[in-house]
Design a protein around this ligand. Structure first.
Ligand code: DQA
Length: 145
């Protein structure tokens, strides 16, 4: 049976392609989903791809992944910088966790420089645009092989 990877996306990422394209680019979240599925599929991994603007929903999906998945790739968006609850949920998982940011959060406003999630992430990718998701899927596959 194929290993399952949850790819979770936080608030406002549903607006990808329309929102601040000079920072986040012109590709949509549907494009990102296709990129993840194609990349993971080549390594025999199955993707569960989700986005929510609600913290509790993301936490519920992390709990779900804990029971059913082999890894999580997460772009927590603004919750990166605020959410101890998402950190705690990820800390309850024993599989690889990869944090992705489309932009380089360290080159931006100082409030974006700290990530709660990085305290649990096994790898962090930032500043590669949506290509970062592809890199995360490749790295996930190599960690699980
Ligand atoms: C982001 C960076 C966050 O600071 C921001 O709040 C986002 C997107 C990124 O992918 O670059 O919504 O996670």
């Amino acid at each position: 049976m194929a290993k399952i990877i949850y790819v979770l996306n936080g608030p406002n990422l549903n607006l990808l392609g329309k929102r601040e394209p000079e920072i986040y680019g012109s590709q949509t979240l549907d494009d990102v989903q296709a990129l993840c599925e194609t990349t993971a599929g080549r390594d025999g991994l199955q993707v569960v791809f989700r986005q929510s603007n609600a913290e509790h929903e993301l936490i519920g999906w992390i709990h779900e992944a804990r029971e059913t998945a082999s890894g999580i790739v997460i772009n927590p968006a603004a919750y990166t910088h605020t959410s101890v609850a998402i950190l705690d949920a990820l800390s309850a998982c024993t599989f690889p966790v990869i944090e992705v940011h489309i932009s380089n959060i360290h080159k931006r406003e100082s409030f974006r420089h700290h990530s709660y999630v990085s305290a649990r992430a096994d790898a962090v990718i930032a500043g590669c645009g949506v290509e970062g998701y592809r890199l995360a899927m490749l790295h996930m596959a190599s960690r699980l092989s």
